[in-house]
Unconditional design. Structure first.
Length: 261
């Protein structure tokens, strides 16, 4: 059994990205690492024979980058990984072992080291508020080779989840430890605007929904200081409210790939 890793990156921090690739090269069952990147020549890659580089077209999108990786893959399994996450050496082995017992698609939910959150459940259908993610997800290639993307850089994982579940397959989520760098390096305002823009594209988010969502954020911002004497959560919710509006009404600006500064 072999696994192709699909690594779609936009503007990674060089040191972290090269550590990410180096750790992936140590994984058991690895066939190839398929890197989709507009400027992949800027980075150093050890073991070039294990790496396939695809130059992402200009003004492309994350969904299409994932599609290019799927089409280039030749292994029995594919695994989506983010370029700003460093996985432990037995990561793919654990995913594959879980797949052999559970079947379907296996998502190793990235649990930041020292975070006590634990996830372990199986989706058979998409319930409101649920989605699978593709930042650490093992998929039998035959399950997904006919997937066709729309133009989006966010929520494309929701479309992939939908595609898998529509085949009467399961989507299994369980916790795996990692080192992740993307949360602290990307502001809440842009991240939420980016997510809202993707949600509008993929889930056909309506003006009515976004207005009610924004009102709820403002309500939380006003109520929280009276209950807890803490204004930090107020500022957080105000950012969510305003960024949701920006993401919805200026979605063409925010729909492109996240940039790690």
């Amino acid at each position: 059994m072999k696994i192709d890793i699909i690594l779609c990156v936009s503007n990674p921090i060089q040191e972290i990205f090269e550590k990410c690739v180096s750790q992936l090269l140590k994984q058991a069952y690895l066939n190839k690492i398929i890197i989709i990147h507009p400027f992949f020549d800027r980075f150093f890659y050890p073991q070039e024979e294990k790496i396939i580089k695809i130059r992402e077209p200009k003004r492309s999108c994350l969904a299409y980058a994932r599609y290019l990786g799927i089409q280039k893959s030749t292994a029995e399994y594919i695994c989506f990984v983010d370029g700003d996450v460093i996985l432990h050496k037995n990561h793919l082995k654990q995913l594959l072992e879980k797949q052999q017992t559970k079947g379907g698609v296996i998502e190793g939910v990235l649990t930041i080291l020292d975070d006590r959150k634990n996830v372990n459940y199986t989706m058979k259908e998409l319930k409101p508020g649920e989605r699978g993610f593709t930042h650490n997800t093992l998929i039998f290639r035959e399950y997904i080779r006919n997937w066709k993307p729309i133009f989006t850089c966010a929520w494309e994982d929701y479309l992939i989840t939908q595609f898998i579940l529509n085949q009467n397959l399961s989507w299994v989520r369980f916790s795996q430890e990692c080192k992740s760098y993307h949360i602290k390096d990307y502001g809440i305002f842009k991240r939420n605007a980016w997510g809202t823009a993707g949600e509008r594209m993929v889930k056909k988010l309506t003006k009515r929904t976004i207005i009610f969502r924004t009102i709820n954020y403002f309500k939380r911002a006003l109520i929280h200081p009276f209950l807890f004497q803490d204004v930090s959560y107020t500022k957080f919710n105000i950012k969510l409210a305003i960024s949701s509006l920006f993401g919805y009404f200026s979605y063409n600006k925010y729909i492109y790939l996240k940039k790690v500064k």
